[in-house]
Design a protein around this ligand. Structure first.
Ligand SMILES: Nc1nc2c(c(=O)[nH]1)N[C@H]1C(S)=C(S)[C@@H](COP(=O)(O)O)O[C@H]1N2
Ligand SMILES: [Mo]
Length: 336
């Protein structure tokens, strides 16, 4: 299914390999490979410098280079969208990260207390190779790509963000799930010392999310370390988060610390909080309304002038050609 090149709705771009001469692509790959060893050093230096930047009350300055060195346009079909990216300032100051407050402006003001180094992701459950992956090793696990994805929040707004990372499938292949593994659970940091709202009763902490194994293995599912050619700002889920572009934003868990492979469908934070409002799948679907509001349209952040038109929300957020097959035969009204 992923082999085909889609021109769905005119939103997809030709593959990087189609528009770039093969020898240039090969060159770029070699360059990335060479940099992989040095990359961790650069990354860690940037990490240290971020602490200084985070002192400013509103940390919307770019935290530091990393991705610029590592990123190359994505070769994954559908990973680039032809739409003007949201401004960096909007993408880093209008956030949902409830560990740092429920107001959109809270994370940019409060997330400077998040300590992103040292960091590791623990992989456990039904896999042949469980273990703890240090961030430095995760950065080198696979070449980074730049992917311009829409992110559509269940609340009715959207952004277009150039993320940097690689397919989660790369990590999943490394840990080798057992035949019994059917789901992947994502656990995020819950540190009451550095996250002021952990301990509040808004959600059952830690914030967790989950995907079916085939969804997690889909090449569009991104393990992201950066955006706009920079390492992730804390308010966007540093140092490593998930981005699942065809699902509502809350499936894209921030500041990941654990990935667990299970046989049974895991509980998820928003589903536990309000099961009738937030289903397990949470695929973007203009035909299935949230019980309290329509999901047919969205407001693009940065276009909120008095006369700004709402945009039509697209099935699977515009990624239907790539992911529709995952849900063939399913009743999406029931499995929302
Ligand atoms: N750990 C954690 N991850 C999270 C959230 C959160 O509150 N905590 N909010 C989610 C929601 S509702 C959205 S819309 C996206 C927002 O990502 P962004 O701030 O990078 O745009 O993050 C998701 N990931
Ligand atoms: Mo959201």
């Amino acid at each position: 299914m992923m082999g085909m090149q889609s021109r769905h709705n005119g939103f997809d771009q030709p593959l990087a390999s189609e528009i770039t001469a093969p020898e240039v692509v090969a060159d770029r790959r070699a360059l990335l490979q060479q940099m992989a060893t040095g990359a961790a050093g650069v990354a860690m230096a940037s990490w240290a410098s971020r602490h200084a930047i985070a002192q400013s009350a509103l940390a919307t300055e770019k935290p530091g280079k990393l991705a610029t060195l590592l990123s190359t346009p994505s070769a994954v079909p559908g990973a680039r969208v032809i739409e003007k990216p949201t401004s960096y300032k909007d993408a880093s100051s209008y956030n949902n990260f409830y560990e740092f407050g429920t107001d959109k402006a809270d994370p940019a003001v409060n997330a400077h207390t998040l300590k992103t180094s040292p960091w590791a992701i623990e992989v456990e459950g039904l896999v042949k190779n469980p273990g703890k992956f240090a961030l430095e090793d995760l950065l080198k696990l696979s070449p980074m790509e730049e992917r311009i994805y829409r992110l559509r929040c269940v609340e009715g707004w959207s952004m277009v963000i150039p993320w940097v990372g690689y397919s989660l499938a790369q990590l999943i292949k490394r840990v080798a799930p057992l035949g019994s593994a059917k789901f992947v659970e994502f656990v995020t940091l819950a540190d009451p010392k550095t996250m002021p709202y952990v301990g509040s009763r808004i959600l059952d902490w830690p914030y967790t999310e989950a995907l079916r194994l085939d969804e997690a293995m889909h090449p569009l599912t991104l393990l992201s370390f950066g955006m706009y050619g920079e390492i992730l700002p804390k308010q966007n889920g540093a140092p490593v988060r998930l981005v699942v572009p065809w699902k509502y934003g809350f499936k894209s868990a921030k500041s990941l610390v654990k990935i667990r492979f299970t046989e049974k469908q895991p509980a998820t934070a928003w589903n536990k909080a309000a099961a009738n409002e937030y289903g397990f799948f949470s695929n973007v679907n203009p035909a299935v309304d949230h019980p309290r509001w329509s999901q047919a349209t969205e407001r693009r952040i940065g276009e909120d002038g008095l006369f700004a038109k709402k945009r039509k929300t697209l099935m699977f957020n515009g990624y239907e050609a790539q992911v529709g097959q995952l849900y063939a035969g399913m009743d999406l009204q029931k499995f929302f």
